[in-house]
Design a binder for this molecule. Structure first.
Ligand SMILES: Cc1cc2nc3c(=O)[nH]c(=O)nc-3n(C[C@H](O)[C@H](O)[C@H](O)COP(=O)(O)OP(=O)(O)OC[C@H]3O[C@@H](n4cnc5c(N)ncnc54)[C@H](O)[C@@H]3O)c2cc1C
Length: 275
């Protein structure tokens, strides 16, 4: 819309990803469904600043632990990736995020056995970073994200829990364990292969998808968030915020994009309203 009225785009070619992230919880949380009404926001702000931190934390945590990013270390330590057909589809150690969108429903599951699961219960073997927890380990997922956590004494039981074809998952793991024994992975050329998936119980995390997480392209803006045209002149009455109004700023760190969205949105709104 802005380009049509002559706005100037900066860094339109920059993005971060694709990156593997677990899907968000299926249920829309009450907090996310609330309308953005000013009296309601005021009340929430009043409550948030007075509620004891211990009470507030679970609410905030439930709201924020959504699209968590699994550490590549889970794969390096021996987990495999399977698709909804119960089949491996990629060398898990070579940019698997590029292959996931081509799988059925664009989804994949991390599958591993007990020794790997044991390792990912304590530092430095975290599954993901998580707001409020800082690092989330397998027991955190068991507690907080039952929707993407599965555990079973057999591979068939695991497949059942995930809704995958059991025979296919068993065949996939058998072929992988055979590759481990032979020291080479004819299907996908993974190396190193790890110890194989041999010790029950078996575990899975997923579905996970691939996302372009951040785009650093946006419209050129003034410090008042007014949009600039290709000659660097203000387009009267047009303001931009968040990703759209990023104006060439590169925000390479945790949380900066969200912070920019909140701050620039508030400032742009204030300026647009004549403040
Ligand atoms: C999976 C994922 C993980 C991320 N993790 C992080 C993180 O950990 N930390 C971080 O800082 N950033 C993170 N980001 C980036 C961050 O979410 C974005 O930079 C930020 O949300 C941008 O905010 P925004 O308000 O500019 O745009 P958006 O949040 O995209 O909001 C734009 C809104 O406009 C609505 N909209 C679009 N078109 C129209 C229309 N025509 N009419 C009306 N409404 C419309 C959309 O529905 C949307 O609600 C993540 C992004 C993704 C996808």
């Amino acid at each position: 819309m802005a380009l049509e009225v002559g706005a100037q785009l900066v860094n339109g070619d920059l993005c971060l990803g694709p990156e593997i992230r677990f899907v968000a919880p299926p249920r829309r949380r009450l907090l996310a469904a609330l309308p953005p009404w000013r009296p309601l926001a005021r009340m929430m702000s009043w409550v948030a600043t007075r509620l004891p931190a211990a009470w507030l934390r679970p609410v905030i945590l439930a709201f924020l632990t959504t699209y968590l990013a699994p550490s590549p270390r889970l794969l390096a330590e021996g987990a495999i990736l399977v698709n909804r057909e119960g089949k491996r589809f990629v060398n898990e150690l070579q940019q698997p995020a590029l292959a996931i969108p081509h799988q059925p429903q664009g989804e994949a599951f991390f599958v591993f056995d007990h020794p790997v699961a044991q390792r990912f219960t304590a530092w430095p073997y975290f599954i993901s970073t998580a707001p409020g927890i800082a690092y989330a380990f397998l027991p955190d997922y068991r507690r907080n994200r039952r929707d993407i956590y599965a555990e079973a004494p057999t591979l068939a039981g695991l497949a059942h829990a995930l809704g995958l074809p059991a025979a296919a998952l068993e065949a996939t793991v058998a072929a992988y364990n055979q590759a481990v024994r032979q020291g080479q992975d004819p299907a996908f050329g993974r190396t190193p292969l790890g110890a194989g998936l041999t010790v029950p119980p078996f575990y899975a995390l997923g579905p996970a998808r691939s996302w372009i997480v951040i785009t650093d392209g946006g419209l050129a803006v003034t410090p008042r968030l007014e949009v600039l045209d290709r000659q660097g002149r203000v387009i009267p009455g047009l303001y931009a915020a968040g990703s759209t109004g990023q104006g060439g700023v590169l925000l390479e760190a945790h949380g900066l994009h969200l912070l920019w969205a909140f701050t620039s949105g508030r400032l742009a709104g204030r300026h647009a309203a004549g403040g």
